[in-house]
Design a protein around this ligand. Structure first.
Ligand code: SF4
Length: 447
């Protein structure tokens, strides 16, 4: 880790085996360290954006809207209002005189033009500074139009990306509770924290259908306002990517008494475990039998294919840098299944518990890092002689500049990686990337 880590960040980097484990996390990013971490506003956009029939209006300068526009692969089976990124485009005059009038006019115009089921109004840094009351504007417009307008208090500077998740959950709880819950099955769930990247939620919904379980709402991937308003009628909340929607599950437990479990739909073990845990919750013989049959069927198809990839990939080295640390657990297991070694793992928003778990499941010598930056990541990748780097849009150029393969495991990807078929897709992508002959022509930069 030779000297690239700034003195103030040394507590956020750890190499397994080098002394007792102690990692600082959930701190404000260090000024000047060009953090990979997104802002509060971006965190709230990640969570709410996949609600496809709602209007998403960003109250702020155009740059904030551009930051989160069209880089996300959340698909819709119906309306696609979420593909637009509306902004009030605040200018100097608005900063001086206030932007509430502009916001109200924009909301009224957009509601009339697009007839959304609800509207989310996102606050950005500048709105926090000039003090526009987006709550009051939302209230007025809701009254005038009959459309639920929900303020999202997501001023970028207010904390880190994790605070954005919480702002989104506070906004979401306002949508739940109005819908008719008559006729909902006693074997019913809400899917939380899956964003339907590349259509993944459709794979998972199909598994639940085959098990005999009704999915009341998906929050937020392929989300519909009407379904979310009935979410309080489900018997169980199944939360994946816990960083993003765990707060909502907790709120729903408190308000409606709905229990929740945390799962991951990525990788063989975690996918099977998720389905078994849901089946177990309902204590129904038929559901358990359906679940066993489904998993056996899928594994019989998957294992022979994985064996082929494993033969070539065994011994290769992987690095992981993701938004939420929960994803990293499943990725480590998936690489192990392919015979590969994870030598670096880090996240933007991991908690103390997340990192403790990472420390427990990684091999000695693995670097564990919180809220990293391009300089650190580049050095770690070179030092550990990595063959493939898994990350998101901001990590891709780091890998390519160093002549290292890259796998997109973030919101921008177009390939479904969840479910049993997702494990196959993942293995195939890792194989094609790591074994690509292109690396012979782009020499890897050594440390
Ligand atoms: S909310 Fe603030 S930190 Fe986030 S994109 Fe806008 S200006 Fe940047």
């Amino acid at each position: 880790m030779n000297g690239v880590v700034l003195k103030e960040r040394t507590g956020q980097v750890y190499e397994k085996g080098a002394g007792p484990f102690k990692l600082q996390c959930n701190l404000d990013s260090l000024p000047g360290a060009v953090s990979q971490r997104a802002c509060v506003f971006c965190g709230s956009r990640v969570v709410l954006y996949p609600i496809t029939d709602a209007l998403h209006l960003i109250h702020g300068p155009i740059g904030c809207a551009v930051y989160t526009w069209d880089i996300r692969g959340a698909l819709s089976s119906d309306r696609e209002l979420h593909r637009f990124s509306f902004s009030t485009d605040l200018r100097e005059k608005d900063v001086i005189f206030g932007g509430e009038k502009k916001l109200e006019a924009a909301l009224l115009e957009l509601i009339e033009r697009y007839n959304p089921e609800a509207a989310f109004v996102y606050s950005t840094c500048i709105v926090g500074i000039i003090g526009d009351d987006i709550g009051a504007v939302c209230k007025r417009v809701s009254k005038k139009t009959g459309i639920k307008c929900i303020p999202v208090q997501s001023e970028g500077f207010k904390g880190n990306k994790r605070a954005g998740y919480e702002a989104a959950c506070r906004a979401l709880i306002n949508l739940i509770g109005d819908g008719d819950i008559e006729g909902i099955s006693p074997f019913s769930v809400n899917i939380l924290g899956d964003f339907n990247l590349a259509g993944e939620i459709w794979i998972i919904k199909d598994y639940y259908r085959r098990m005999g379980i009704e999915v009341v709402s998906t929050i937020t991937g392929d989300g519909r306002v009407k379904d979310i308003s009935r979410a309080h009628g489900a018997k169980l909340n199944v939360v994946q990517c816990s960083g993003a929607t765990l707060a909502l599950a907790k709120m729903m437990k408190e308000k409606y008494g709905i229990p929740y479990i945390r799962v991951s739909y990525f990788g063989v073990d975690d996918m099977a475990d998720a389905l078994y845990r849901v089946a177990d919750f309902f204590k129904d013989r038929q559901i358990m039998e359906n679940t066993k049959a489904l998993i056996n069927d899928e594994l019989n198809k998957l294992y022979p294919a994985l064996k082929e990839f494993r033969r070539e990939l065994a011994g290769k080295r992987a690095a992981i840098y993701v938004g939420g640390a929960f994803k990293a657990f499943s990725l480590i297991k998936a690489f192990r299944l392919l015979g590969m070694k994870v030598v670096l793992v880090g996240s933007q928003t991991g908690t103390k518990e997340d990192y403790e778990e990472l420390e427990a499941i990684t091999d000695p010598g693995t670097i564990i890092v919180d809220d990293s930056n391009p300089l650190e990541l580049s050095e770690f990748l070179k030092e550990k002689k990595v063959d493939i780097f898994v990350g998101g849009v901001k990590e891709r150029p780091i890998a390519y500049k160093l002549g290292i393969g890259f796998c997109d495991h973030n919101h921008e990807r177009k390939e479904a990686l969840e479910g049993f078929i997702g494990m196959y897709n993942f293995a195939k992508e890792v194989y094609s990337t790591v074994m690509s002959p292109v690396w012979r022509f782009v020499p890897r930069k050594e440390g």
